[in-house]
Design a protein around this ligand. Structure first.
Ligand code: SF4
Length: 217
C-alpha cells in the first residue's frame, strides 16, 4: 500500500514529547480557511511511496526518536495507508505516535477506530481562524487533544486539553536549498510578519499560507 507524503524530517522538537520523527502527508480535503499548510492540499500520486519502503527509510531515525508526529495535509484522507504506517512505526519505535487531523473527533473514533486504536495522542477538529489561539499544540482553540494510551498519559499533562501555550513558542526551522520551512505552530499573523520582514531585507518570499513555501534572494 502506498501513502502520499509532503515531507519527513528528524528531529522535530516542537510537535510533541522529545525528539521526534515528523511525517507530513500530502493531500487535504478539508480546506480550512486560513490554513498555513496550503502546499499540502493537492493530492499527488507522484509523491506516493510504499509504506514498507518508507518504514525502512525511517528505521535509523526511529531507532533513536522519542516518538513520531504525523500531520498533513490530512492524514485520515489516506486512512488505510495511515493504519499500515502506524503499525509499521510501532515495530521500530517504542515512543508515542501523535496524529493531527482536521476532522471532528467523533467522526475519527466512529469511522477510523482501527487507526485511532493504534495511536497515543490525537489532536482533532478543523482549524478555525476566529476561535482564538491560546491552547498548547493547537492552531485554534476549538481543537481537541486526546491522550489515548498509558504512555501518552505518562508523557503529557493530564489537563493538556486545556493547557495554555507557554509564553514563548518555538519553531523548528529547516533550510533546504533555497526553501525554508518550519515545523511547529506559529503565533497568529506570524507568517505575514515573516513575509514583511523578509521583504524589508530584500528577499522575495511566498509562504505556505499563500501557496508553495519559497524564499529567494
Ligand atoms: S489546517 Fe490541516 S486540516 Fe485544515 S486545511 Fe490545513 S492541512 Fe487541512
Amino acid at each position: 500500500m502506498k501513502i502520499a507524503l509532503n515531507k519527513v524530517h528528524f528531529p522535530i522538537t516542537t510537535l510533541g514529547h522529545g525528539r521526534r520523527v515528523g511525517i507530513w502527508t500530502q493531500g487535504c480535503s478539508i480546506h480550512c480557511p486560513g490554513c498555513i499548510s496550503r502546499d499540502t492540499w493537492e493530492p499527488d500520486d507522484a509523491r506516493a511511496v510504499e509504506v514498507g519502503a518508507l518504514i525502512e527509510l525511517l528505521a535509523p531515525w526511529l531507532a533513536e526518536a522519542d516518538g513520531v508526529t504525523i500531520s498533513g495535509g490530512e492524514p485520515f484522507d489516506q486512512a488505510p495507508a495511515l493504519g499500515e504506517l502506524v503499525a509499521g512505526l510501532r515495530r521500530h519505535n517504542a515512543g508515542d505516535v501523535l496524529v493531527f487531523s482536521g476532522h471532528p473527533h467523533q467522526k475519527l473514533f466512529a469511522e477510523h477506530a482501527a487507526v485511532t486504536a493504534q495511536i497515543d495522542v490525537l489532536i482533532s477538529e478543523p482549524f478555525e481562524a476566529g476561535a482564538g489561539q491560546t491552547l498548547t499544540l493547537r492552531g485554534s482553540d476549538n481543537q481537541r487533544i486526546f491522550l489515548l494510551s498509558d504512555l501518552a498519559r505518562s508523557r503529557y499533562p493530564a489537563d493538556m486539553d486545556q493547557s495554555p501555550w507557554p509564553t514563548k513558542r518555538r519553531l523548528d526551522v529547516v533550510l533546504e536549498g533555497d526553501a525554508l520551512w518550519m515545523a511547529g505552530i506559529p503565533h497568529p499573523g506570524e507568517m505575514a510578519r515573516l513575509r514583511q520582514e523578509l521583504a524589508r531585507r530584500g528577499f522575495g518570499c511566498q509562504t505556505s499560507d499563500q501557496r508553495e513555501p519559497v524564499v529567494r534572494a
